[in-house]
Structures are given as structure tokens and as C-alpha cells.
Design a protein around this ligand. Sequence first.
Ligand SMILES: [Zn+2]
Ligand SMILES: [Zn+2]
Ligand SMILES: [Zn+2]
Length: 441
Amino acid sequence: MKKRGAAVLLAAILLFLPFRATALEIWEAFDPDFLFSETKTENFNTDFTLSGHPAEDLITVALAQSGKTTNQLGYTEAWCADFVNDCAKLAGIDKGVIPWSYSARGSCTYLYDYMLNRCAAEQVTNPKRGDLVFYYCTVCETFRHIGIMQSATLSVEGNYGGRVNAAVTTYNDPRGHSVKSGDVIRLFLRPSYSLPTVVHGDTDGSGVFDEADAAYLLRTLLAPERYPTDHKIDLNGDGEEDVQDALFLLRAALFPEEGAIPAKHLPVFADADAPTCTEAGEIGESHCSFCGQLLSVRRKADPLGHDFVNHVCTRCHEVRPESVGLEMKLNDEKTGYTVCGIGECADADVVIPSVFEGLPVTAISLFAFENVPSMKTLTIPLSVTEVGAGAIFQCSSLTAIYCAAPSLPDGWSPHWAEYTSAEIFWGMDKPPSLNFGEEHF
Ligand SMILES: [Zn+2]
Ligand SMILES: [Zn+2]
Ligand SMILES: [Zn+2]
């Protein structure tokens, strides 16, 4: 009885939501290239650091394989397109941008048509880094070869002379047709790196999530080989892949306000030795907790660098006693530096360093600190022997100035602090408000 109900429902959905077969889908169904695809990422050199910029990362992964031969990589077919797909996979590029997954059939023809029709790739004539170059023989009327552009002219290609190589417009096809003779032309595709690609609920891969996806999912459940999907099927999360999931999908499409299908990927990162302020580390691979799609691969990560807020790193609590980022000017004699502005420094407790780039900091110029509302205290080291008139001018939050000198030095203008109401303390080389411990000074 239950089965019959499901069958009636299925028939109803199929009737009202007719399958939207496109010419491409029909063509795909008969394309013998379906049979050819290999992935050999396990043999790839993975000693590279990804930047998170897909076009750059694609090139990075490809170049890391430079010189690798067919045997070393382990491909057993013509592998120029497999190589692009495998590079995209390791670069963490979305399958909706370069289809490296189940649909990544290692055929230049397939890749070209699929990327153009399904991945919003753009045909361009002015190639740049990260674009794909397709070699099309106008005599044989077939795509012959593919590579990844490193620049407007230089590419990196798999299976070029039997290995991964850089190339400049020099392809010859097996029948002797060449770029040079004009028989082989180069066509360029710019992958849609910046577009959000995999759409949750988009089981038919049309690029949108709508009721047709529920109908497609029913077909997938009935004939998975014929109607493949790389989308998760157990959408209602009950552990079963069945007609209930198609119903769930239909409801989600009809009532999007219920939010059953999240609009964006929900990334979850795998454990890894994370980088610290000073040590390199790894960032674990990430998957979407809803659809399971791999969003980024495990990668090496550079040290994060400290994040100082008023002398203390927010991550590791390391203390940096002296302020950085102050505007400094080399004096005419090139013997020392003059502080002439707050620059990039955002410290509440500004501590002028006594040495900058190997030379002493000897002076503070006229109006160096003019209207610096972030500054609450200012500390001036012993090395400063000259301070201009009005050096501290209308700094509204400034309450205290600590001077390492025991009393007003001869070289300081008598008017140096005339335009501030801050209290001045002599013989103090650090602000008492900062509790760093003695060893830092
Ligand atoms: Zn040819
Ligand atoms: Zn997702
Ligand atoms: Zn730190």
C-alpha cells in the first residue's frame, strides 16, 4: 500500500514537472568519452602552499608537478584533461567551476562543453593566469589538448611530451597538424572562479534549486547510473535514501521560507596542527556539513603573525613593549630618526622606541602628535634629545606623558607640552598602566 502511494505520487510529480532534457544532456548520454577518466592525485607532489585564490592555486598545484612523467603520475590514458581536473581537485576548486568529480571525464571536448554550459565559464580571447587553453584541430575537427595558462602566452600542460611541461603555442597533433601551420587553434575558457557554484538542493546540476530537482532526485533513486548526481541524497537525514528525500526536496523548493535547505555551504574544518603567530602549520580540509561537498583541501599555512593590540598579542599574549607604525623620518645627517606623526600606530599607550631601523630615535618634530584621539599615554625614551614646540597638540584623551629623562633636557622646546593638559612625569621609562613585567624593558 505504501509503495503504491509512493508510485502514484511519483507519477504525479513526473507528470507535472516534465524532465527538462537539454541537447547537452542528450549528447552526454551518448558520448563515448564518458568511459575515459582517471584521477591520480595520490601520485601528485603535494609540497605546495595554497593561497585560497583558485586561479593562483590551480597554477601552483600544476607547477608543483613540473617534469613529472606519465609513469610517475600513473595515468594510463591521454591525460592532459585528467591533469587539469586533478590539479583543480588538489587546489580545492569547486566542482561547479572545474568539474573534477564523477563528471570529470578526461576528455577535452567534454570539459570544454561542460564548463561552457554548466559552469558559467567564459570564452575569452585575451587569456590570463588561471584560464584554460584548449587546442582544437580545425582539420580533424576535434579538441586535441588542454593546458592551464600561467600568463597571456605561457601555459603549463599535462602530457606535453609525456610529462608536465610549460608550453608556448607549440602543439602538434598526432596527424601532424600544428598551431604553427594554423591548423590547430587555441580556444580559451575563463573558469567562473568567483561565482558561488554548488547550489544546495540542485540535484540536477542546472545551477538553480527548484522543483525540477525533486523530479530529478526521483529519477536518480530509480536509475542512479542514468541520472547521476553528486548531491547528497539523504536530505531529510533519516539515514535512508528514498522517496521521502524527494518529497523533502519538493517541500523545500515550494516553501523556501522554511529554510530546510541552507542557502550557503556550512564549512566544517577537520582537525589539524593550526599555525600559530610564529610557527607554520596546517589547515584541515573542510566539508559542507549539509551537502558533504569538499570545500577546501588540507593545506600548509604560513605563520599568522602577531596581532598586537596596545602592545599585547591577542592570540599568544606576547608583549611588544615599544610601539610600531609611528611615522619616522631619517634626519639630514642620517644619524638618527625623528618621530613626525602617529602613522599607523593605534596603541592607547604610545611608547616611542629608542632605536628604529638600527639608528637612535633622537627627536620629535613640531606638531608630531596633533589630534590623536586614540592616544591615552605617551612615553618618550632617553634617546630623544630634541622635542619641537607644540609636539603634543590637542590630543583629547591624553592624560599622562612619561619621560625617561630626569628633567627637561636642554634640547626640548620650552613649549613642547604647552598645548596639552596631560600630566608630565619625569624619570619614568614606561607607562605604569602596562603591566609587562620588568624583563620586557
Ligand atoms: Zn589534426
Ligand atoms: Zn553545501
Ligand atoms: Zn602572537
